[in-house]
Design a protein around this ligand. Structure first.
Ligand code: FES
Length: 315
């Protein structure tokens, strides 16, 4: 054990219980190691998993989340949600060893001695573990949306610790937290209209027209389960399944969902729309001359017809 090592611990404390407990410990002049920095949050339910990952990336030796006892949360179940997130993160970080540097505690406003005990116990644990090995590395750039930042930082942690082979990890039903999932397509219903791709706020879905085929794919387990695709799909062809797979998430595995043949424009010969979509439109009795022409040629045709019509009327 390095005697000179003084851990730097980040403690996310809920305003109503743990923070008040810490305050009381201070007012009561209880002796505590000066190793922790408190970040006050209104409820532990506010602690996003990304806050914790970010603390480790920035070199924290340990992270505590401290909140109200079960049943006492001022927002009913924020502490239970936080506990679920901590369990999820612990599982996810197991291979990195950072899971031992993370803990959740329940401390009420009147438990000044408990707060002191928690800090002493956790500081001792971190002292034994030594400094966060990621400390020496320059942190990665924070770019993109929250999910992208989580992906970048997690990948950086694994690489930084020299882990080349990521062990598969999937949370159990109790461990899984809301906000991770994957869209599942019904190939019998999907007509390839692209509404899911056009409306996905996280750019999880990809759409490509190549070699006369429309391909729809998505990044596995990068979905935030907002269910926009599910709601927007006119064919009711998508269901979002909750779940998470660490390897697929870190490797940004692409899942092939749909591949549909495209029809050619009868005028310019360009591929422009998936066959099932055109077939469906035909069934809706949309005039055939509008269905086998691409949007560019269609505009031209309509323009010509308009000019003709106006000419007939001497305009
Ligand atoms: Fe304290 Fe929710 S208010 S944990």
């Amino acid at each position: 054990m390095d005697k000179a090592f003084e851990p730097r611990i980040i403690a996310f404390c809920c305003n109503w219980c743990a923070y008040a407990g810490a305050d009381m410990a201070g007012v009561s002049r209880l002796k505590m190691p000066p190793t922790f920095r408190i970040i006050r949050v209104m409820c532990t339910g506010r602690v996003d998993p990304l806050f914790i990952i970010h603390a480790f990336v920035q070199g924290a030796d340990g992270v505590i989340v401290a909140g109200c006892h079960p049943g006492d949360c001022h927002y009913i179940s924020g502490n239970l949600k936080a506990k679920q997130r901590i369990n999820f993160l612990k599982g996810l970080l197991k291979q990195t060893g950072l899971d031992k540097r993370l803990e959740m505690y329940y401390v009420s406003a009147g438990e000044a001695y408990r707060f002191q005990e928690v800090i002493e116990e956790f500081t001792e644990r971190i002292r034994k573990l030594g400094p966060n090995p990621l400390k020496k590395l320059p942190p990665p750039k924070k770019e993109g949306n929250k999910r992208e930042v989580l992906h970048t930082e997690l990948l950086w942690i694994f690489k930084g610790l020299g882990i080349t082979e990521i062990q598969p990890w999937q949370p159990s039903e109790e461990e899984i937290i809301p906000g991770f999932g994957t869209p599942v397509y019904d190939p019998d219903k999907c007509v390839g209209c692209g509404a899911c791709y056009n409306n996905c706020p996280e750019n999880v879905i990809m759409l490509e027209d190549v070699d006369g085929k429309r391909k729809i794919r998505h990044y596995y387990w990068s979905c935030i389960t907002c269910r926009t695709c599910e709601e927007i799909c006119p064919q009711d062809a998508i269901k979002v399944e909750e779940g998470f797979d660490l390897t697929a998430f870190l490797q940004q595995t692409v899942h092939d969902d749909i591949e549909l043949p495209l029809v050619k424009c009868r005028i310019c010969g360009k591929f422009f729309a998936p066959e099932p979509m055109v077939k469906e439109a035909k069934e809706k009795e949309i005039p055939l001359e509008l269905l086998d022409v691409c949007p560019d040629c269609r505009k031209e045709l309509i323009g010509k017809e308009l000019v003709e019509l106006l000419g007939h009327r001497g305009l």
